[in-house]
Structure formats: C-alpha cells, structure tokens
Design a protein around this ligand. Sequence first.
Ligand code: ZN
Length: 225
Amino acid sequence: MLFPVLQGQTYPHAVGKVVCVGRNYAAHAQELNNPIPAAPILFLKPADSVVAVAPQFSIPTQYGAVHHELEIAVLIGQRLVNATEDHVRNALIGVGLGLDLTLRDVQDSLKHQGHPWERAKAFDGACPLTDFIAVAPSFDWSNLSLTLWRNGERQQAGSSADMLFPIVSLITHMSANFALNPGDVVLTGTPAGVGPLNVGDQLQLQLQDYLDVRTQVCASHSAAV
Ligand code: ZN
C-alpha cells in the first residue's frame, strides 16, 4: 500500500486505485497502429500496482517486453461522482508523473484474443509514481510538458496541450464511470515514444520545471511474501 507524497508530506489517504486512459495522444495511437478513439478508453490499475518510482523500481523479466509509458499523474483530494468540471478542478490537489508499465507482448496477445488487458497493465509494481506537487483549483492543466530520458537519450516528450481528452474534462468523464476517492490517482495517457525497458536502465522523468526525477530499473524478485 503506497501513501502518496504531496509537497514533501505523506498524504493521509493511501492510493486506492489508479484510473487510466489509453490513446489520449494521437501520435501514440498511431505508433501502435491503433485508431483514434471517439471516447476515452478507460482502464484501472489496483492499489498493489503502485510503487515509488525512485530511487529505483522493478520490472518483471519473464513475460516479454515491458514498455515505459510516461504520463502526467493527478492526485485526487475529494470524492468525485458524476462531477462537473468545477467540482473536478476543486478536487485535484497534486500533479506528478507516473509510468504506466505495460507488458507489451502480453497485451498484444490479449488484444488479439479480445480479452481484457489486466495481466499486461495491472500487475504488482505496474504503476511507479513520483511525489506530487500541490496545485490550486486555478492550476492550468492545459499546457504541461513531460519528458522521459532513458540512458541519456530523449525517449518521450509531449504536452498536455496535445491530449485528445484534456485533463479536467477527462476526469469529469471518468467520474461518471467510477467513483474517485481521496488518494486515488489518474494517469492521463502517454505521448509517443513508448518502448522497452531493460534492467539497469537509467531514467530521468521531467514535468516541465516542477519535477526532475532520476531512477534506475531493477529486476523484480518473485519470492512469496
Ligand atoms: Zn498508458
């Protein structure tokens, strides 16, 4: 169970779930040969998927390629059910970054069979998160840049300005499908440039000039706990 860190303090509500959106940047949909969706494609990651991204995080090594998807992460501070955009703005208390780790080979197989994606997206440790920066209701969510460097090379770069479903309206839509509670996190989709991670990779995750986090990829151990 991970309690988010908000402005250096442990937030009193543990992450209950992570609500995610697929294909929220047109260039990423195209790089995986997926059509542009008419409505947000929503999926969930459970609490056990959430870990701290730094100083290191682990990836499974026995299920084929593990792709990084760098995403803007939003920390929810008030319960949201069928919320208006004003309610949503007032309920968003933190901004950070997350990696929507994806077992790409497993996901491709599941997609071809028409099966749900959970085994590819919701495994333990599948959602490494940074700390969160506190935001006010007036925060501008519409033009946030994010960048992932891998072993010194720029791998992903994007801006929330390029989202198909902008953050506030996306979360409004999510709240009509799933109750969001304090401590829940929203991942808002990944820009183009996804690709495989290898054990030993050095990563740098940047959110505009708000966050600059360095971390390292390790192998997960499969001991029973
Ligand atoms: Zn994603």
